[in-house]
Design a protein around this ligand. Sequence first.
Ligand code: ZN
Length: 331
Amino acid sequence: MTDSASKLRQDLRAAGLSSAVIDAAWPAWWSDAAASSTSAQVELRLSLARNLGIAPKALIGEKVDFVWHDRARFKHLKASETSELGALESFGTSMAGSLIQAAGDGPGLVGLSAANLRSILLTESSTVDLPSLITACWALGVPVAHLKIWPLDRKAMHAMVASRDKRHAILLVRETSFLSPMAFTLAHEIGHIALGHVRSDELLVDAEDPGAAVEDDEEERAADRYALEVLLGDPDPDIRLNLDTFNHAMLAEAVKRQGPEMGIDPGALALAVGYRQNAWPVAMAALKLIQTEPAPVGDLVNAVARSQLSFESLGSDNASFVKRILGFDDE
Ligand SMILES: [Zn+2]
């Protein structure tokens, strides 16, 4: 790599971006021969700027300056953890913009009540689960994708919602092999959009599992209640089990029997017990008996994204970047 390109890479690293995300943003056409061309050098910088949300001028000058900053709210994050968040904010907003541009339009989720969303979903399937939530988001013009590459060296967050041009995109980050925890996360993020928590050109980041976090934040509580109402039909479900006598196997049997009778996905019901009674180990053990074949849920999320996104509506460098971030390695 030439001096100028390696200096550029160092500057991007110094601004807090991970090597993996810089590699993903680096255009495939770049070569040592391209380095001697001024127009290729400019093109390289414009591509990186577009993909990573950096002001193009900054890449020609000396300091990396993120286009999108001071527009994000971070949930469950301690003040001591806030370095490098400008890089995350610009990446998230830029990525959301690309997904929105490549996704079909729709009425969006803002203002849609949990009860309405649940009744729409129940006209198509017997319970509300992850596939039905994903399908609804895309049908309403809200892309949902799972990030396979994380823009920072530091710990990954849980999920993000970003808005561009009055539309929204949901970026899932958590890794899980079970459908129900991801369904809860997605329903929580849908709640943030529907309840108007993410205004135009803003980004909201959930740093931790919304279900498992101790909530002292009004928006977080409201998004949890929204999720519970969509998934269970009740924002405040009165579920109580004596977990001294009710083990995970009995919980799994009970929710498999009773969930479908109430239009509730058994995994969602087991998680609701964990949520209400702060009994995550029992709920997670029950999940393993409910979904007996664990598989990376992010792959399922991105299989739908792949079928829905029109990559030809993006510039080729930007399309390559989005495909790498979503783990599509066939470009
Ligand atoms: Zn949240």
